[in-house]
Design a binder for this molecule. Structure first.
Ligand SMILES: O=C(O)COP(=O)(O)O
Ligand SMILES: [Mg+2]
Length: 227
């Protein structure tokens, strides 16, 4: 008898269309048909991965905000404090800068812990202010994230694996950026898509030849039924 391995998937850069933006619709059916847990582990705010699970039609197993929010399907955990990240952004604004997402800011509107800043905004003052609050700024290639150095995606994935009862050593992950390094450390096999940054490539067990969803779909083909 064969079975599929548990999956841990990043969203931006990993489930995206090869041109870089928007979820590639080809991932929907393989994920819905996967016969093992599928965890979405992302830097995006909590509602985004929950909605993606909902619309794909899979159970909601979610690490959001780079580990700041974890949903096991039964319980939600907030593992970082929002106050410091908010204070950083207030100071950034007071210095004349802006997070860069427009007035209603749907990128940060539902965030519980960290804050994201548009890549077009100046990062040096952001880093300086964040350092004063003991926070770090990471660049995922999609946004700057002002966050507590702990927690991370890997901790959230461990919490979900414990709650759901699957073996992380058997799990396969795909990711594209520095915020997936802890994911690759948490699972048995980590794959970086070809568009991944150097940190992700360095932490992965294998760097794929294909970019974005093309890379991820190639992994799904390869590991299906191979637990
Ligand atoms: O929110 C981001 O900047 C990146 O999101 P991701 O972790 O799904 O790639
Ligand atoms: Mg990504």
């Amino acid at each position: 008898m064969t079975a599929d391995p548990p999956l841990v998937l990043d969203i931006d850069g990993t489930l995206t269309r090869p041109e870089g933006w928007g979820i590639d619709p080809r991932v929907f059916d393989p994920l819905r048909e996967w016969d093992a847990p599928v965890v979405l582990a992302t830097g995006k705010a909590f509602p985004y991965p929950v909605a993606l699970c909902h619309f794909v039609g899979i159970p909601e197993l979610v690490v959001a905000e780079n580990g700041g929010v974890v949903y096991t399907g039964d319980d939600v955990f907030f593992t970082a404090d929002r106050a410091a990240a908010r204070a950083v952004v207030e100071e950034y604004r007071a210095a004349g800068y802006d997070p860069g997402w427009g007035e209603e800011d749907t990128v940060n509107r539902w965030r519980e812990t960290e804050i994201a800043v548009n890549l077009e905004q100046p990062v040096d003052p952001l880093r300086e202010i964040a350092a004063d609050y003991g926070l770090e700024v990471i660049d995922t290639g999609y946004a700057y994230h002002v966050k507590d150095a702990e927690p991370n995606k890997g901790d959230g994935i461990e919490r979900i694996a414990d709650a759901v009862g699957f073996d992380l050593e058997a799990a396969v992950a795909v990711g594209d950026s520095i915020n997936d390094v802890s994911t690759f450390e948490a699972v048995g096999r980590g794959f970086a898509v070809a568009n991944a940054d150097e940190a992700a490539k360095g932490a992965a067990d294998e760097v794929l030849e294909a970019v974005h969803a093309d890379g991820t779909l190639a992994v799904l083909e390869r590991v299906r039924g191979m637990r």
